[in-house]
Design a protein around this ligand. Structure first.
Ligand SMILES: [Zn+2]
Length: 302
């Protein structure tokens, strides 16, 4: 599992910082999460292959999270993309994108598939053999979802010596990897755990931005390996968090602690601050494993 931060600041793009966007590589998937202005430039800078992006997840319709989307869709068209593109986001996202395409008469020659979200409960919105994606309903000034990405339990590993000792026909190896008990050549039922070991531990990643402190997301993200939680403000501006429906670094850390997250990644910093160090310091008072997102930073969580 690898995460590339393309942008992690709030509000406006600046000379050296970008608004929210990140790429999550998980089990051969490449998911784009949010798409602030300038995302396609950042993708190019970080040499991310455009055609590997097949799914885009948008948290909410504030500009700093999706103003790059129509540009990216248009660039895909100019690059003669043919692969389907799935876009997940709040109801209205289809209208805002297609209106721009309609007025500029620039329809795509690839399929654009919108998955509009309206529920206030966590839903399973994507699933294949290796990964599933659930929404995390957040509390912001407009309808907002975070996203939880989860690898599925991988195949079990055969202990080849034990398998051979147990006199199991090779034709059953696949069944064993899938976790089934099998009957050996002598007609005896062999328990799966006797001849296999658990496969690689599945990884999970939760993206939570933008939101004010919302404790009821904790059960949804319980025991997540990596939690990205917005931390727009430091303690000295904590009074600004509730009216703008954002969080402080300390609140992000409290959620991480209650959820028993492996690592907390802070981000969505207000552009009023010159240094990010205090974010880490304040969060660490509550939760130990804190890391700072920074534009261009790549986190390898394998
Ligand atoms: Zn917002």
């Amino acid at each position: 599992m690898k995460l590339t931060i393309l942008g992690c600041y709030s509000a406006t793009p600046r000379a050296l910082t970008n608004t929210t966007s990140q790429v999550l590589e998980i089990n051969n998937h490449m998911f784009l999460i949010d798409c602030g202005e300038g995302t396609q430039v950042q993708l190019r800078k970080h040499k991310i292959k455009f055609n590997r992006i097949k799914h885009i997840f948008i948290s909410h319709l504030h500009g700093d999270h999706f103003f790059g989307l129509v540009g990216l869709i248009s660039t895909f068209r100019l690059l003669t993309r043919e692969t389907d593109l799935h876009i997940y986001g709040p109801k209205g996202i289809k209208e805002v994108i297609t209106l721009q395409m309609k007025l500029s008469d620039s329809w795509t020659n690839y399929k654009l598939i919108f998955h509009e979200l309206t529920s206030n409960n966590s839903e399973l919105i994507f699933e294949d053999e290796v990964v599933e994606v659930h929404t995390i309903p957040l509390n912001h000034r407009v309808y907002t979802n975070g996203y939880l990405f989860k690898e599925k339990e991988g195949n079990r590993k055969l202990d080849i010596n034990l398998v051979e000792e147990a006199n199991i026909d090779m034709a059953y190896y696949r069944k064993l990897q899938q976790g089934f008990d099998v009957v050996n050549e002598d007609g005896v039922l062999i328990a799966n755990e006797k001849v296999t070991k658990p496969g690689k531990k599945p990884k999970s990643y939760a993206f939570c931005s933008d939101t004010m402190y919302k404790e009821d997301i904790v059960p949804i993200i319980k025991d997540v390996d990596v939690l990205y939680h917005e931390s727009t403000f430091l303690e000295k501006h904590a009074h600004l968090a509730p009216p703008t429906k954002h969080s402080t670094a300390k609140e992000a850390a409290t959620i991480a602690k209650k959820a028993n997250a492996g690592v907390l990644l802070l981000g969505h910093y207000s552009t009023r601050y010159d240094s990010l160090k205090p974010f880490k310091e304040e969060a660490r008072e509550v939760f130990k494993h804190v890391r700072l997102s920074q534009d261009g930073k790549v986190f390898d969580f394998n």
